[in-house]
Write a protein that binds this ligand. Structure first.
Ligand code: COA
Length: 151
């Protein structure tokens, strides 16, 4: 699905108008993101959050920290009820277009085949492995990277 095709959902960079939505999303969505407070991340100078959904209901987000020409995706999540409709793709495509960096890095659980497939689809390639990176459950991380020139 193209980001520019007719779609009932939009992607936007979170602003102070979305603080309530961020708190709501964080309490609704589950997963590894529990290590972050979206509210605190919003205030962080180097963080940016893109939301997907509509003004009446935001259903997913991607959280990124950028320093100079590099960014790291700290988390991406779409509400379970809205998965596999292209919303993760919309979020990442917008991020890669707007983040104004040359490389984007991330870690993903070895077992998270769905997320890895999403990243590959957007041009990320595997650059390494970090043994025992995750806890609860303990698991290795796959390191992936997107480059503006290749991506
Ligand atoms: C990963 C996640 C954000 C994907 O969101 P989504 O809106 O379902 O993604 P999309 O519909 O845009 O899917 C894009 C591609 O990802 C892949 N994909 C997504 N979910 C998949 C799944 N469960 N199994 C296999 N491939 C999957 C497919 O290649 C798909 O492309 P296709 O539709 O052309 O087949 C979502 O599954 C999620 O929130 N997961 C839980 C949180 C998480 O694991 N985050 C990643 C942390 S690193």
């Amino acid at each position: 699905m193209s980001e520019d095709s007719p779609h009932p959902y939009q992607v936007c960079l979170a602003t102070s108008q979305h603080l309530e939505a961020l708190v709501g999303l964080e309490s609704r969505l589950q997963g590894d993101a529990s290590q972050f407070s979206l509210f605190d991340e919003f205030a962080h100078e180097m963080s940016r959050i893109w939301l997907v959904g509509s003004e009446s209901e935001w259903v997913g987000y991607v959280l990124v920290r950028a320093i100079a020409s590099e960014a790291e995706i700290l988390h991406i999540e779409v509400d379970q009820r809205f998965r596999k409709r292209g919303l993760g793709t919309l979020l990442l495509a917008k991020l890669l277009r707007e983040c104004e960096v040359d490389t984007v890095n991330l870690e993903v659980r070895v077992s998270n085949n769905g997320a890895q497939a999403l990243y590959r689809k957007l041009g990320f390639v595997v650059t390494g492995c970090r043994k025992g990176y995750y806890s609860r459950p303990k698991e290795d991380a796959v390191l992936m990277q997107w480059n503006r020139i290749q991506g």
